[in-house]
Structures are given as C-alpha cells and as structure tokens.
Design a protein around this ligand. Sequence first.
Ligand code: NAI
Length: 340
Amino acid sequence: MKHTITLIPGDGIGPEIIAATVRILEATGVDIEWETRILGAQAQEQFGTTLPESTIESIKRNKVALKGPQMTPVGKGFTSVNVGLRKALDLYANVRPIKALPNVPCKYPGLDLVVMRENTEDLYAGLEHVVVPGVVESIKIITEKASTRIAQYSFEFARANGRKKVTAVHKANIMKLSDGLFLECFYKVAKDFPEIESDDKIIDNCCMQLVMRPEQFDVLVLENLYGDIVSDLCAGLIGGLGLAPGANIGEQGAVFEAVHGSAPDIAGQGLANPTAILMSGIMMLRHLGENDPADRAQKAMLDVFGEGRYLTKDLGGTAKTNEFARAIVEKMQATDAAAV
Ligand code: NAI
C-alpha cells in the first residue's frame, strides 16, 4: 500500500537528519510518496506566515507527517511554530519514549520509560502581556477537558503497550487550582484502569528521583511545560538528545518528530545524530501498520550501534550523519541478501 506523508525538513540540522531518515525509510521498501512542505522562517519568506495553510492542509489530508526541528528565536520574533502547529491540529498527546539503546554508552543502560506530555495548553498557550512596564503576566491555562484526555490517552497507551504504572507529575502543593485540577482528572481516569498502578509525584522530587532511580518509573504524564523539561532530562539519562524520538498525536493526524531542536551549533557540518528522528520515523511506520519494515530498520540501526564503528560525534564516534545512515542501509541490504 502506498502512503502519502507530509515531510517538513525544518531548520538547522533538520534537512540533514531528515535526508538520512528518508534514505533509511525508503530502503525498507515501504511505498512512500513524500509531500514536502515548509514552516517557520522559510514559510514567512515565501507565504508571509510561519504556519502556512498549505502545510496544515497537507497534514490534515495525509493524517501523517515527519517533521524536522523548527527554530524559535528567544525573546522578540515570531511565536513558536511547533506550539502553533500542535494547536492548529489539536495534537494533544506528545509521546516521548525514553529507551536506552544497546551498546550506546549512557547513564542508565536498560532504562525504558515513556514521557507523555500534554501538548495544547498550560503556559504554552502564549497568553503573555505587559501589565505595566517592568511587570509581565504569563497565564497558565489548565482545563478539565485537556487534562482528562491526556490522562485517558496515557492509561490507554499503558494498557495497549503492556505498561504497568502511570505516574502523574505536578506541583499541586503550590498551584492548587491548576495542577490540582490536572491531578484530580488523572485520578478520575485512573479508576477505569484498575489493572494499571497509578501514583503521582511532585515535579521537583520527580526530577531528583529520575536522576537517582529512574527505573521506578514506567509512564509519566505531565502538563506541557513540565513535560518539555522532563523529556530533555530523560533524554540525558539514555545518552542525550540525539536519541529521543517523539510523536504528536491527535484526532486530525499524527506528526512524528525528535525531542531535540534545530541544534544551530552543529548545523551544516554533518555532525548531527539522526537516530532520534529515525526512531520517530520508525514509530511512524508502526503507526501506519508497517511493522515488518519498522522492525527491519530498527534491527539494522541496533546492529550498527552494536558494531560501534559508525557512531556520531555526540556518542564519542567520528561518523558523519550520512555515513551512519549509509551503514544502516547497507546493514539492511546485507540482511535481505542473506535471507534470499
Ligand atoms: P537543541 O535540542 O537544538 O540543542 C541542544 C544541544 O543538543 C546542542 O548542543 C545540540 O548540538 C545538541 N543536539 C541536539 N540534537 C542533536 C542531534 N540530533 N545530534 C547531536 N547533537 C544534538 O536545543 P536548543 O539549542 O535549546 O534549541 C535550538 C532551537 O531549536 C531553538 O530555536 C528552539 O526553539 C528549537 N527547538 C525546536 C524543537 C522542535 O522543533 N520540536 C524542540 C526544541 C527546540
């Protein structure tokens, strides 16, 4: 079956890691037609908006997109395209698996947990204004609807993926109304999943526990801001941002992207590790029901890690982005040839 997928190369290292990933996904033999679209600064130049209708419409039509990182300037400048896209498509669940890879040096070999980040509200609603010069107000929005559906998604995910425990992470001791509502919704939903353990942790303690004893966690569900921060922390536990994939899921579509950003410090040098976006691409294949090709790509990637000859610089190796991708493609071809 042919799949039409929206492809957004993104900024910084985006085009390099997306090219590497497309090469590997195509080598699996899955029939994909890519519909390339743009966002952000590039789109601003071409369409006069950072979030062009042609991109949104393409994702709505295809229901699936693979997206490179988009740069968002700090301070003044345009608002985050990533946040805008997630809101425009109501991609409410940001699923971020944190799984240590065999043979990749990291602090917690064997670690396997999932960060589930609410993607549509919280302080990311972008409701900020100057009250008087020198005083700004930023509004945190937490709703029963969004808190309930991310809790529901997290427990359903746990049930479907054989996970044993879901932990809500919050600061309800201080933000009694907003985080209190998030927590209340979590425990209401938890009642419908008696076979799955449910508990909660205050965010600051949770961060310490993650660094000291992360194996106690299974699925973590967090509001938008906490989820953003904690998923980078968790990426650090398994070897860094180059290894953490993600999916933004909603009723209108699914956008697969790495946890990391556009890494301007290494862009254009062939130094980026494409593993995170490749693993997002493999998640995408599974989402499309292409499990065999997903398994083949994953096995080839793990074999390349296992041999340790083609590690990128962030993992202590010397391989360039495209050399790592080529090694994976060759590994798949060699396995296919041996099977004939
Ligand atoms: P970043 O994730 O781009 O980089 C942080 C550090 O990790 C840098 O030292 C970078 O070189 C390294 N790194 C990241 N990805 C890597 C990879 N694949 N291989 C090797 N090293 C990697 O975070 P930063 O610098 O805070 O953000 C840069 C830009 O990215 C900002 O404009 C930010 O808004 C944007 N961003 C976009 C995201 C998205 O599109 N989903 C997510 C996070 C940030």
